[in-house]
Write a protein that binds this ligand. Structure first.
Ligand SMILES: C[S@@+](CC[C@H](N)C(=O)[O-])C[C@H]1O[C@@H](n2cnc3c(N)ncnc32)[C@H](O)[C@@H]1O
Length: 292
């Protein structure tokens, strides 16, 4: 499978792609590189885990590999001999190949560039500090092979296109499979702070916290994303506004009972459930909290 995309520069100077197929960029316009560090590598406490000498990572929607690259930089800067066990899921292998040009690779150190290059070309890496396997295909199927292999991640980077553009990967059913790959002390990070995504994570039995905005306060935004873990320990709690969001119609999660539905089918089912719901409307929640 191959897509069509255009190079696009983001606000921190780093490049991403814009996907014509999904009608969306691969990264935040505020900064592709900074997003990989702030929402994924830093939010999952990699340095603390890597101190043990080994760490297991799962990158859901590998794309250009930025989340993996940022993670490897952070881990090896603090613990240069740390052994990384890595699994990646991706539908379109040509994205990673297209990102093997200086504009994209120059963001990273030489060992990380080598890892990205080998993953793109052969989908496997075997070195003293990296054991990596990129599984190609629809993540709704490849996640099941990972569960069958007993893979348990200390950190999961969850980075599909948005729920509007790619609802297949934000359903309760898909998250249930992903959660089966999360170790008892692991953390899952995603850029999404949508109520439907958060309630889908809660439905799997995971606890959730927010990724605070920090000094990046932007109008209409209340969070940089969501962290999930089994024990909920040391997560940043949701604000009262975010908690109330989970009581509204926006919190009805997406469903894909057999993991085979199209985006249109998933949206149609969701719309029907929202119409039948007696929960508070999301617009009244927005008015109450002064969100435009
Ligand atoms: C937002 S981009 C990921 C960006 C990536 N994490 C990075 O740092 O470059 C979403 C990715 O999901 C992939 N994708 C779309 N549908 C998929 C599916 N059903 N299964 C697996 N990957 C999928 C796309 O090819 C794209 O590479």
């Amino acid at each position: 499978m191959t897509g069509t995309w255009k190079p696009q520069q983001t606000a921190d100077g780093s490049f991403t792609f814009f996907s014509e197929e999904f009608g969306e960029a691969f990264h935040s316009r505020h900064g592709a590189k900074s997003e990989a560090f702030e929402k994924f590598a830093q939010a999952t406490d990699l340095v603390a885990t890597a101190a043990s000498g080994s760490i297991r990572l799962l990158d859901v929607c590998y794309g250009l590999g930025y989340n993996t690259a940022a993670a490897l930089e952070v881990i090896w800067a603090a613990h240069p001999t740390c052994i990384v066990e890595w699994a990646g899921l991706e539908l379109d292998e040509t994205v990673a190949i297209a990102a093997l040009t200086p504009d994209y690779l120059q963001l990273w150190s030489t060992p990380v560039q080598q890892a990205l290059t080998t993953i793109a070309h052969t989908h496997q890496v075997q070195t003293p500090t990296l054991n990596a396997h990129l599984r190609l295909g629809d993540a709704r199927q490849t996640i099941q092979t990972l569960v069958a292999d007993g893979f348990q991640a200390d950190a999961i980077f969850f980075d599909p296109f948005s729920p509007r553009r790619c609802p297949q990967l934000w359903t309760v059913e898909f998250f249930t499979w992903v959660a089966r790959c999360l170790a008892s002390t692991g953390r899952l990070a995603t850029y999404s702070r949508s109520a439907a995504v958060r309630s889908a994570l809660l439905a799997t039995g995971l606890a959730i916290g927010t990724i605070p905005l920090g000094d990046r306060a932007l109008p209409h935004e209340w969070s940089q994303g969501t962290i999930a873990s089994w024990d909920g320990r040391s997560l940043h709690p949701l604000s009262p506004m975010e908690q109330e969001h989970l009581q509204t119609r926006a919190a009805i999660p997406l469903r894909d009972p057999q993991l085979t539905d199209t985006a249109a089918q998933i949206h149609a089912r969701h719309q029907q459930e929202q119409q039948q719901s007696t929960c508070e409307s999301t617009s009244s929640w927005r008015r109450r909290w002064g969100i435009e």
